[in-house]
Design a protein around this ligand. Structure first.
Ligand code: ASP
Length: 310
């Protein structure tokens, strides 16, 4: 029997049961369910893991609830600068974009960098030129305007501080989105997309577009998408660290992923989590925060949409 599976995340953080209204919880769960099913439908039709992760991330980018695409947070200058990346575990090809503005679906631009250029990573003006040349949909600033996100920025715009999505000292939430999938051919892929951090300074780049830090995929080991305090995830080379532990020690996917998030990232001082998958369709979703928006669905019928920790 052919097997396939997919997992997605919508960010990790201080998500404590009872802190969110029931309506809000339903809203987040249905946005996750929609994106999960969009990606799963691709796999069900015999599609590739790459198409499944791109489709799921596009759906999350189109939701205002998550800090990616439409829901991206405001930078220090009141604009939106987005980052995204995608990697194919079969070919080890990857594409990434950073510091882009006005692009409706950054993950698809990252995929075009992978497939239609000689490069892996494009940023800023060059990435925007590339996007225009490849007919990417550009939306005006109104599309990205969200009253709540604007308020978050207004509160800290005249200060030196910057925040990870809703982070308010102890109340932090990282809203980056991501997906990992394993298709019926046993190929895996990963994709991540983010608006970064509220009030981030011009030019700040997090882990999400960095292959090896926020995103990684290799059929030999695993596919990973991270969310959390990007500076620490870059220094921990987190996504690749999980793959490397599996490759060099033979430890299981869950054991390696949990060790990296709970011990290695935490030791550096980083908060967040990741989603991981391997070619057997096994899934792991560890986080060292109170919660993480996450969901998975497997062809054997197992599925869940979760927000809080145990
Ligand atoms: N990792 C992202 C960044 O640092 C933030 C997030 O996960 O929400 O840009």
């Amino acid at each position: 029997m052919k097997t396939f599976s997919i997992a997605i995340h919508g960010g990790a953080g201080t998500l404590v049961k009872g802190m969110m209204t029931a309506d809000k919880e339903v809203g987040y769960k249905s946005a996750l369910e929609y994106a999960l099913n969009e990606g799963y439908a691709i796999l069900e039709k015999g599609g590739s893991a790459m198409d499944a992760v791109e489709t799921a991330v596009r759906a999350l980018e189109d939701s205002p609830l998550f800090n990616a695409g439409k829901g991206s947070v405001f930078t220090a200058s009141g604009t939106h600068e987005m980052d995204a990346s995608i990697m194919d575990g079969k070919s080890l090809k990857a594409g990434a974009v950073s510091l882009i503005t006005g692009i409706k679906n950054p993950v698809s631009l990252a995929r075009d960098v992978m497939e239609k250029s000689e490069h892996v990573f494009m940023a800023g003006e060059g990435a925007m030129e590339f996007a225009k040349a490849h007919q990417h949909e550009l939306s005006d600033p109104d599309y990205f305007y969200d009253e709540f996100r604007h308020q978050q920025w207004v509160e800290i715009r005249d200060t030196e501080s910057f925040q990870l999505d809703h982070a308010k000292k102890k109340e932090g939430k990282f809203g980056t989105v991501g997906a990992v999938a394993c298709d019926e051919f046993g190929n895996i892929a990963a994709a991540t997309s983010t608006g970064g951090m509220t009030n981030k300074k011009f030019g700040r780049v997090g882990d999400s577009p960095m292959i090896g830090a926020g995103t990684y995929a290799n059929n030999e080991t695993c596919a990973i998408s991270c969310t959390g305090s990007g500076e620490y995830f870059i220094r921990g080379v987190v996504a690749y660290d999980v793959a490397s532990i599996i490759e060099h020690t033979g430890r299981s996917l869950d054991d390696a992923a949990t060790d990296v998030i709970m011990n290695r990232v935490a030791k550096l001082g980083g908060d967040g989590g990741l989603i991981a998958i391997n070619t057997k369709g096994e899934i792991s979703m560890p986080f060292n925060t109170e919660g993480m928006y996450r969901a998975f669905k497997k062809s054997d019928g197992e599925a869940a949409i979760l927000i809080y920790g145990a």
